[in-house]
Ligand binder design. Sequence first.
Ligand code: C2E
Ligand code: MG
Ligand code: MG
Length: 700
Amino acid sequence: LNREATRILIVEDEALVRMDLKRVLAGLGYTDLREAGNAEAALALAKSEQPHLVLMDIVLAGGADGIDTANAIQSHLDIPVVYLTGNTDRAVMERAKESSPFGYILKPVEEQALYSTIEMALYKHQADRTLRQSELRYRQLFDEMLNGFALHEMLLDDAGKPIDYLFLQVNPAYEKMTGKTRQDLVGRRVTECLPGTEPYWIDVFGEVARTQKSVRFENYSAVLKKFFHVAAYSPVRGQVAVVFEDITQQKKTEEKLAHRTFHDALTNLPNRALCLDRILQALQRAKRRTNYLYAVLFLDIDRFKMVNDSLGHLAGDKLLQMVSAELSRHARSVDTVARVGGDEFAILLEEIKTQAEAVHVARRIMEGFRTPLLIDGQRIFLAFSIGLVLGPADYDRAEELLQNATIAMNYAKEQGGNRFKVFKWHMLKRIRRAWDVDSHLHQALQRKEFEIHLQPIYHLGTGRLAGFESLVRWRSAEGILVPPGEFIPIAEQTGLILQIGTWVLYESCRLMARWQRNLAGGAPLTMAVNLSAKQFSQPDFIRRMSRLLAETGVEPARLKVEITETMVMENPESVVAKLRGLRELGLTVSIDDFGTGYSSLAYLQRFPINTLKVDRGFVMDMDKYENLVIVKTIVNLAHNLGLDVVAEGIETEEQLATLAGLDCEYGQGYLFSRPMTVEAAETLVRDHFHSNRDDPPGHA
Ligand code: C2E
Ligand code: MG
Ligand code: MG
């Protein structure tokens, strides 16, 4: 508060003194002055003018004196009073003191004393008020906190080791969690109130007490049969404060989610993700052990679509369940039978003795299906096309192996189905040639036919534009805009993704660097770029990224790389090192399509990442309760791990409202905007920051 803006009410019955005071105050720079000559006028002005401070003469002519007037003012209003007095009579001073004034000034008033007393009073009043407010807020928080809170005094043994804890304070949430009341707890020992928890208290809180650090751990289930996150810290030596967050519900959903992400709902077989994980393990075992043989069978039902359409979907589902049971019959307990697609299954055979054994299994399966399946009284004959990959082969990635099994399966299909084919490398070459896409992509690179399109990402709480995701497009010679889904998988396979990905990275960073300079200025927009597994697994990936930053001049914090869960889980150790490298460069990292891969939620904590992007699939189906819970869980999980969340694929206002209600920070989707050209994005940025003039400064 500066001096001109400080409104002071002078209460003084002698006009001459009043004038003199006004002169001195004005000389000090206090120009917003009001004056009153008696108690009633003072009270009325205090109410109507709301001064910041009252200078109050103690002796007033007429009825009430200054002290009574001050009391009257303060019983209605929160305004500090400073007394002016020529009287140092003891009794008067005592009475004045009781009215808790903010200062006394002796008459005749001396300029410096007046100045310092006023400033002191204003400061003290402000400080008092802040304190009162924060106490109130704290009190409220404490009572309304959803998390249980308890404050303990430590009881120490002679050696200074904690042996028990006395409850000093608990909040309502704590009472609810433990099922005990405040009276049951406060003043009593923990071991007495919550028997059976000794090890927990003594060990963990002993640690806290010694180090005065906070700890966080889970699983306080012994007594309450619940899961908690517990944070403990020691605010004062000898005391321990504990905050319990009930995560039982979340735990349950996580388990469900884990099952869901690993298993196919219809057949309850492992899904593609889990299958890939098992294949990867087999690959790794094959590398460690000599003579370790395994095989992967990829099975696709011939003409399933026809069967499905003629039977109807319910019967189709039943059929798939029967198929899965039949396939499982041919597998031993070490093997994995998985449903990897609609009518696609994969079988991983482990520890086989000869490659012929795998061929034998394929034959047996085909024979098994010679007997028709009986559905609703109808006899259904099914045939399969089967592709086989025999290990050990030199694969690093499970996907690649599964893909090759698919290629072999397609060979079988091309030759009329109801047969199996063993994968041979020449098939890959032929397939590639057949697709001919690879060379097209090469050309496209040379002819600079790729473009990036940008999809805005918004902060859901404020509606502010937070940044963009850069999405590659191929504008083919015929002018058709080809979406990435149609060429990225092929580019992945041929390795061309490295060049395409590098181009996208450079293009996106150069663009952002340009915006930094002359478009969004200080607005902290981010640019998210998708990385493919091949890019990320380059041994010199970090060096490349560092060069990218240096060459494009993009501020590292504005660049966000998106990697998928699968990429993270495939090789956790080297991934952690790379993620650390990225962090050191100042980049941020998002996990894309979260919820669809097979990341173990527990693992996630170890990765230095910043953001989870909830997969579109969950957002789309949020009106299904299960999906809503999953989204909620992901958001909670992210927040517990200190990550923020971007929801993908928001298409409706309802989805937006739900997500905002879940405290999901950011969103992206057709509701806001489809991916757009760079020019359109620039216009969007300009308009956005132009129309939000009172947004934080810095925009151009
Ligand atoms: P993604 O990273 O999950 O990107 C989001 C995709 O969802 C984009 O598809 C976007 O257009 C689409 N989308 C956004 N909002 C909505 C919505 O509200 N509803 C629906 N139905 N869809 C929405 P797009 O551009 O076809 O990209 C598909 C995938 O291709 C990306 O998925 C990403 O995995 C990959 N990709 C795109 N660009 C690149 C790239 O430069 N490098 C690599 N390695 N992959 C890329
Ligand atoms: Mg993405
Ligand atoms: Mg995504």
